[in-house]
Design a protein around this ligand. Structure first.
Ligand code: B12
Ligand code: SF4
Length: 507
């Protein structure tokens, strides 16, 4: 009997940018006596259903946009007699759906770190429960990943989590609900152990795949400090100290390592924090700029962000302190106008962000935006292929709309076209080459240009470049670029790298 862990994807490229962490965390949570483990990341290659046999346990992790493919995989596995178990954010939010569409025997809600072993035991006994609640595992109990099982040659960047949860409550994001608003910080030693293991395997680039790397702001501290009861203040100071301790340990790792993460822009007010990030070689951070207008920020409950010149200044602070910004922008907010697109394109240049993504507002389940939208269409939601649009992830991909919420002044087609134009403008070759000056050697500049182009190919998902022949060409190009990029991103393996008490780097 075997255990299969499957990361579903419609598109496979032979190589991928970032390791899907959940696969290797669940591999770590799989009791060794459970049987052989087969890990399939469909962003590399599709599952061969013949590899699944009767009595096997098949774990499938789904987020909203790959749920439909996940259900297809689950039905195929069930028809071969396997036990089919779903987990991940989408299964957590819609625990009944995998039974209806994906041939599920069981669903795990929340974190799989602790509960996965129990699920396997129940399946082996022939009696899985319908729903398991894995809850929100505390930082000290989070499972480390089994990187020894990773096909090293297929990934550019590894992913390690240092905390889960985010204290904010942006209207388009579900993380603060599913992962909680209380940051759950992992122990630095566990994080560093994983990174040392990854460096031994030759990974130089590591994504710190946290929801928000800056969980305690100076404003939070000031507010807590005003209270007579010191509990909250002491807790926040404790979390802040843990962050500095982690960054101190990261700074002791080999000097060619590069980390990046996701962070709120409030970190720019905290030079001490940014300096610690630079010393830790956290060279890049995705910053959710979202909108360049105050009205846009209000639309999404992100009043803690800035707009206008203050925003430019804030983003430049990151760069001034050695942290490059991947600016993330959302188009299609209710207050957006045609001019907003041009203003955003100009802004991205002016703020000198190193990379950028321009996403179209998508009502993801579990968010305020989704609830508002679902309530607004109530029981008269239009249907496509028999599926109400409020369950858009169940609509076959080629029929799925790209814009869902009606906009007061623009049509969906206009939002898509304008968004695509901003992507195209930002990733024009001469501009990318100019931005590539942020790295020194010619090899690094070439890697930067290729990575920028690949990023654009993979994430400019406006539906315009993904139509027809252009989509096939883009797909082929991505496949061709992915392999050489893995090589360009790789570092020298350091099999004898040691940690503790202080890292000694072999010469
Ligand atoms: C890192 C990250 C990325 C990275 C890397 C993705 C990768 N290859 O791993 C990048 C930048 C590429 C990315 C891209 C996108 N992402 Co993303 N990403 C994340 C982030 C911050 C962390 C994911 C992670 O590694 N977590 C660590 C692992 C260990 O945790 P986990 O996945 O939650 O798994 C645990 C449980 O869910 C459970 N579990 C998971 N699977 C299974 C399966 C079984 C069988 C069981 C038992 C349990 C189980 O157990 C695990 C251990 O506890 C999450 C936020 C989050 N909190 O999850 C968003 C998140 C998953 N992303 C999100 C989105 C929207 C996207 C994009 C669509 C963004 C965009 N507009 O382009 C793209 C989609 C890419 C794609 N097609 O897959 C949303 C998904 C929302 C949703 N409802 O689906 C999230 C939740 C963020 C958010 N703001 O809401 N992402
Ligand atoms: S700051 Fe980021 S992770 Fe936190 S709620 Fe907002 S979008 Fe989500």
């Amino acid at each position: 009997m075997r255990i299969h862990l499957i990361n579903p994807s419609d598109a496979s490229f032979g190589a991928a940018v970032i390791t899907p962490r959940w696969l290797y965390v669940l591999a770590g949570a799989t009791p060794p006596e459970s049987g052989d483990l087969q890990i399939v990341d469909e962003t590399l290659e599709q599952l061969d259903p013949a590899s699944v046999s009767a009595g096997d346990v098949v774990g499938i992790g789904i987020h909203t946009l790959n749920a439909l493919r996940g259900y297809e995989v689950g039905r195929a596995a069930r028809s071969r007699g396997a036990y089919v178990v779903y987990g991940g954010i989408h299964a957590t939010l819609f625990p009944d759906e995998p039974f209806e569409h994906g041939g599920a025997h069981a669903v795990v809600k929340g974190d799989g770190d602790r509960v996965w072993g129990e699920v396997i035991t129940d399946c082996h006994a022939g009696a899985p429960r319908r729903v398991y609640d894995g809850g929100k595992v505390e930082g000290c109990a989070m499972q480390s990943a089994r990187w020894d099982l990773l096909p090293r040659a297929n990934y550019m960047i590894a992913s390690v989590q240092t905390l889960r949860g985010c204290p904010k409550h942006c209207s388009f994001c579900s993380v603060w609900r599913t992962d909680g608003q209380k940051p759950r910080v992992r122990e630095s030693d566990a994080v560093i152990d994983e990174i040392v293991q990854l460096r031994r395997m030759g990974f130089r680039f590591v994504a710190l795949a946290d929801d928000n790397f800056y969980p305690v702001t100076l404003g939070d501290l000031r507010m807590a400090d005003r209270r007579a009861d010191r509990t909250a203040y002491d807790r926040l100071v404790g979390i802040r100290n843990q962050r500095f301790e982690l960054m101190e340990q990261l700074s002791k790792l080999p000097s060619d390592m590069v980390f990046f993460t996701q962070i709120t822009m409030e970190a720019a007010e905290d030079p001490e924090y940014l300096d610690a990030m630079r010393r830790a070689r956290i060279r890049g951070a995705l910053v959710g700029v979202e909108s360049v207008t105050p009205e846009g920020l209000k639309d999404i409950h992100k009043d803690f962000n800035l707009s206008g010149d203050a925003l430019v200044e804030r983003l430049q602070q990151f760069k001034a302190r050695g942290v490059h910004v991947l600016g993330s922008f959302i188009f299609g907010l209710p207050s957006d106008k045609p001019l907003t697109f041009d203003a955003t394109a100009v802004f991205a240049q002016k703020a000198n962000v190193t990379l950028a993504q321009f996403v179209m507002l998508t009502p993801f389940p579990g968010t305020h935006d989704f609830e508002k939208w679902e309530a607004s269409v109530a029981d008269h939601a239009p249907t496509i292929a028999g599926v109400p649009v409020t369950r858009y992830w169940l609509i076959p991909k080629h029929l799925r709309p790209k814009v869902y919420t009606p906009h007061p002044v623009m049509s969906p087609a206009e939002i898509r076209q304008r968004t695509q134009r901003v992507w195209d403008e930002f990733y024009r070759l001469p501009l990318v080459w100019e931005r590539a000056k942020c790295v020194k050697s010619l090899k690094s500049r070439v890697a930067f240009v290729m990575a920028s182009k690949l990023y654009r190919q993979m994430y400019a998902n406006t539906g315009i470049s993904t139509d027809s022949a252009r989509s096939h060409r883009a797909h082929r190009m991505t496949r061709l670029m992915a392999r050489p990029l893995v090589k360009l991103f790789a570092g020298r393996p350091m099999p004898s790298l040691q940690k503790a008490p202080r890292l000694s780097v072999p010469t």
